[in-house]
Write a protein that binds this ligand. Structure first.
Ligand SMILES: Cc1cc2nc3c(=O)[nH]c(=O)nc-3n(C[C@H](O)[C@H](O)[C@H](O)COP(=O)(O)OP(=O)(O)OC[C@H]3O[C@@H](n4cnc5c(N)ncnc54)[C@H](O)[C@@H]3O)c2cc1C
Length: 465
């Protein structure tokens, strides 16, 4: 029997869309190009037998905050919180530690305690209702009126470049650097608008829901989503890459792909195709996974308890690194985003670690030495702990997941322009001009992260009578 709906791609957005369609009684077929489900949720033995590495996402803050995942009420997935959400070490002084507790975090910032409470703390004070508004930037909102007041206050800060925000709100080098380390997740030049917003939102989630990992690896979450789909009668197939929409026969098609792939799949109306051609991809990443024979020997031992570590020193140094990347160059001392899942979850076959730095889109450069030198800077003796390493530059990442165009893990530049035009300017950008065809990937609002909200929105539109 032919399906009512075909979902192409099994990233978190595709999986959420597929489940919501199946829960509404549709016969769903999910087609995934790779050999395993999950997209950015995949895990595998990248280094040594028995070592579980996440190929993409590990930190599930957005998942816990997401209305889509809360609505799903998945069974069989356990989230583990590290003792400290994030740490930001320095060459010559103790690290900034972002605890679940906002007051404890603020106390560690000395003269900037009040600044942290007034900015990150105030955003966290908006709780899940504010997080819902941020993850549904175009609505529909169910938040109480107080959340709108919080959202307005957040918006005033969030619109700023991270540089302006950090320098105007914070006085200490530590406070400013902590904001830069958070904001640099955006992969943007930190002198650009809305980069403060990314930093504020991520930092506040550490206090609202924490920065947990999935016990056993992110694949556990992907597998639970597939199991849920199958329990609803949905069919899910791996190793099936869809090249043209004409191969599919269903009244509803939901695509967990980025604009470039969509354009190659169908002949689109001229105006829409022109707008998609204007969609810009952002920088890529160079990612390393390691199997270690013990924990990273951080100079500041407190960093060992952090799930995520931001390496790159001061605000000025991180700003320079990100500006270099945005200008199409490689920073010799790159900002490095490092995740040590073992701080939260000892069940991954030993001490496994990953880190990436930003590189120009499609860069063939080998950044292994630059990344490891940054780690050694804050953890002398790190290289002596390495049993095996696995590197993936932009080409390898895109080969593993075609959505990572040129190594861009955001599904397109997350700039102000592409925040409101993602991938096109529309009150319902998940809808395409092709009848019954919807986009749901991170190239649609609210953008990157494991929240499934693109899938939630696309399914909602597809189910509308
Ligand atoms: C190294 C790395 C680290 C990250 N860390 C985090 C993190 O810690 N926390 C976080 O929240 N986010 C993180 N992210 C981002 C997060 O993984 C993505 O934002 C998220 O997975 C996007 O979900 P998606 O469903 O839009 O697409 P994806 O997860 O990219 O999935 C798309 C799927 O579609 C499949 N596909 C594409 N084209 C076709 C086709 N033609 N036919 C069939 N199948 C197709 C792909 O194979 C893939 O499985 C990270 C990403 C990377 C790469």
């Amino acid at each position: 029997m032919s399906p009512d709906a075909v979902v192409v791609g099994s990233g978190p957005n595709g999986l959420v869309a597929a489940i919501l369609l199946a829960r509404a009684g549709r016969r769903v077929l999910l087609l995934e190009a790779a050999g395993r489900f999950g997209g950015g949720l995949r895990s595998g033995e990248l280094t040594l037998p028995g070592r579980v590495h996440d190929l993409g996402a590990t930190v599930m803050a957005m998942t816990l905050a997401s209305p889509a995942f809360r609505e799903l009420r998945l069974q069989g997935v356990e989230f583990a919180q590290p003792p400290i959400a994030a740490a930001h070490p320095f060459d010559d002084r103790p690290a900034v530690l972002v605890h679940r507790d906002v007051r404890r975090t603020a106390e560690g910032l000395g003269r900037d305690a009040g600044a942290w409470l007034a900015t990150v703390g105030a955003t966290a004070g908006g709780g899940l209702p504010l997080a819902e508004m941020l993850l549904k930037p175009l609505g529909p909102w169910t938040a109480p009126p107080s959340a709108y007041v919080r959202a307005a206050a957040f918006g005033a800060m969030a619109a700023l470049p991270a540089t302006t925000f950090a320098r105007s709100a914070f006085r200490t080098a530590e406070g400013r650097a902590a904001i830069a380390g958070m904001a640099a997740h955006s992969m943007l030049d930190l002198r650009r608008p809305i980069t403060a917003g990314y930093g504020l939102m991520l930092a506040s989630l550490a206090h609202t829901v924490g920065w947990p990992v999935v016990r056993g690896g992110s694949q556990v979450l992907a597998d639970a989503l597939v199991a849920e789909l199958r329990s609803l009668g949905g069919e899910a197939v791996t190793g099936h890459r869809v090249r043209r929409l004409s191969e599919l026969d269903a009244p509803t098609i939901v695509l967990d792909v980025t604009p470039r792939q969509f354009m190659s799949m169908a002949d689109l109306p001229d105006g829409y195709a022109r707008r998609l051609r204007g969609f810009r991809y952002g920088p890529g990443v160079f990612k390393l996974d390691w199997a270690l024979d013990g924990p990273v020997p951080w100079r500041d031992p407190a960093v060992a308890d952090a799930g995520t570590v931001h390496l790159g020193g001061t605000l000025e140094e991180i700003v320079l690194s990100e500006a270099e990347t945005a200008a199409g160059r490689h920073s010799p001392r790159p900002y490095v985003l490092l995740v040590q899942p073992y701080a939260a979850d000892p069940s991954r076959g030993g001490h496994t670690l990953w880190a990436y730095c930003h590189v120009p889109n499609g860069s063939p450069a080998d950044m292994t030495d630059a990344v490891e030198t940054q780690i050694e800077r804050y953890a002398p003796g790190f290289r002596d702990r390495v049993l095996a390493r696995h590197a993936m530059g932009p080409a390898a990442l895109e080969a593993a997941n075609p959505n990572l165009v040129g190594g861009d893990l955001s599904g397109g530049l997350a700039s102000l322009g592409q925040f409101v035009r993602r991938p096109v300017w529309s009150p319902a950008p998940w809808r395409t001009p092709l009848p019954g065809v919807f986009l749901c990937s991170s190239s649609t609002p609210p953008g990157p992260g494991v929240h499934g909200m693109g899938g939630w929105q696309a399914a909602r539109l597809a189910l509308r009578p």
